[in-house]
Design a binder for this molecule. Sequence first.
Ligand code: NMX
Ligand code: MLT
Length: 442
Amino acid sequence: TKTVREVLEEVVPKKQLQLKQLKTEHGQAVLGDVKVEHVVGGMRGLKAMLWEASVLDPIEGIRFHGLSIADCQKVLPAAPGGKEIIAESMLWLLLTGKIPTEAETRQLSRELAEKGELPEYIEKLIDSLPSTLHPMTQLGMGVAALNHESKFQQAYERGIKKSEYWTYALEDSLDLLAKLPALAARIYRNIYNPGKPLPKINKDLDLVGNYVNMLGYGDNHDLTEYLRLYIAIHGDHEGGNASAHTSHLVGSTLADPYLAYAAGLYALAGPLHGLANQEVLRWQMNMQKELGGNITHESIKEFLWKTLKSGQVVPGYGHGVLRNPDPRFMALQQFCDTRPALLQDPIVQLVKKTYEVAPAVLKEHGKTKNPYPNVDAASGCVLYHYGLTQFKASHTAYYTVIFGVSRALGCLTQYVWSRALGLPIERPKSLSMDAIEKLIKQ
Ligand code: NMX
Ligand code: MLT
């Protein structure tokens, strides 16, 4: 049984060689043109960054080192007594490109559990925040403050060689991933169950098992399995999405992994990105309230048009890259389809029924390039079914924190790879409109 460090020691030199060859043999090869529409259109479709762990195909969706979600469900180890992919087996795959054995997965779970408790100053920091402060703001603050522990930063100040950066980056990344459940659960406890004692980390449980336990739902096996799947499949979505891109940019300045990921979290907090699952539940509940007993395809269609005519987007639909239903949405639907309690839940049923109507309405509306659901269309509504429904502040406000625990898998993996490959600081060229016009005339 190898450790994840030992496997990376073997893989890193091969990848370094691959990059060297790409630079020397193909440095001038053209991957596409840069058009004015890229510069003024959010760089959509522009192939402009290196990201190792996953690539997003517009039709097939995400592949992690070439493996689809269905492939991962077949080959990645689950938790003892569980069936779903767990965060540790996904992390191993993302970091190394290899499939871990069950023993390797368990060993990683134990290492993370052993590192999982929060330092006292972080507990005090989080406990001092008003319970009305948005949970994503709190999560970003906690992650940034954990950089007090950064081994990467300490080593950099000592003056280590560039070739050693990635080993310290890996240690910080594993430390941060290990502490995210306790941090996220403390935020939840403080907002929704103030004063309730928080359980200690159980060294025999996987990361998400511990997270659910600390959230107070440890006896709910189905919710634990749902969150295992959720956290594994939200882990990485190539590099161009706003949170991954932000953490990549900030990391390229050699800010430590904690600061880089905190920055990524604040991108995830926007309603067009990770906050969309909060928006979806709010929107579906408004729909439920307005339609009352009259939930038919026709009444849903009317509600969709009302949303669109009021100038709002339909949350949970559309995507910057995907042009088909998101396979993560389909995987979560599949999870629901095998559980009668979920199938009978009115909000889960409404998500399904909305999916039967929304693509045609969005096509007729004619604006979005992708009329199909993304992962956020389903993810929050299932959490609601399982009882994460507190009404203080907003009953959905916590949902993006769960996404934030998950996306650390991909952003921190790339942080390690960016340092292992010695990638430079990111600094694209910007242009003013006058400068663009001048260039066109030349
Ligand atoms: N409902 C209504 N209009 C939409 C939608 C939608 N769901 N999606 C895109 N449009 C509009 C978009 O606002 C734009 O309008 P305008 O020209 O007036 O600015 C037009 O369609 C073209 O946009 P696209 O090129 O199709 O989409 P883009 O790549 O710019 O944006 C999203 C992608 C995901 C930001 C966009 O589809 C959206 O706002 N969706 C709703 C929010 C959402 O579900 N976000 C979650 C994304 C997934 N995640 O986890 O982060
Ligand atoms: C994500 O998971 O990051 C979202 O689907 C957004 C994206 O990929 O652009």
